[in-house]
Design a protein around this ligand. Sequence first.
Ligand SMILES: C[S@@+](CC[C@H](N)C(=O)[O-])C[C@H]1O[C@@H](n2cnc3c(N)ncnc32)[C@H](O)[C@@H]1O
Length: 199
Amino acid sequence: MKCNWAERWVVNNPFRVIEQRIEIKKLRRMSPLEPGFTALEIGCGRGAGAGIILDTFRPRLIYTTDLDVDMLDKARGYVRPEKMGRIRLVAADGSSLPFKTGSIDAVFGFGVLHHIPDWRRAVGEAARVLKAGGTYFFEELYPAVYQNFITKHILAHPREDRFHSRDLRDALSVAGLSLGRYGEWKGLGIVGAAVKEIL
Ligand SMILES: C[S@@+](CC[C@H](N)C(=O)[O-])C[C@H]1O[C@@H](n2cnc3c(N)ncnc32)[C@H](O)[C@@H]1O
């Protein structure tokens, strides 16, 4: 589900960029990767995260995707021109990714799963496109943040089948993603790295 005006204001904001810088550095400490890999970001918004991923993890290429083509247009304008050579902007639904199975080294998703009605399927898609041993890096919020007595009137999210900590960790496990290091604000959200098991 696309962001409404209120959430666009929250995510297209300099404070969000500062927060993402801190989180992406934290993710790199959790699971450092050798530079030169192929990355995919789902729900990129205006593309701030992709730029920070390029600076911090130094992938060879990042497929930067979003369901909302307006967001991709914003990303086209926001990302610095010198970085565009390593970015491919693609319109894509996180629950049905147009990428080959086992083709990506690292999948990133910041605040996107809780926008997806069938979020379990999206976790499965992240796992499907990853190579064995590849890493899914994520930051997600729980309903206490986006569906509390105030935010449920201001923000727009799917209402049914929302996930809390245990649901998300179970879905990762079902998808064959082994959660390694993570940081959780109890009841509010999680930042973590999960590795696709090598069978
Ligand atoms: C809360 S914003 C986060 C944007 C950015 N990742 C950030 O952290 O600032 C959620 C983003 O997910 C996108 N989105 C929503 N549903 C999606 C879906 N099914 N597949 C891919 N992207 C989706 C929205 O268009 C929006 O850009």
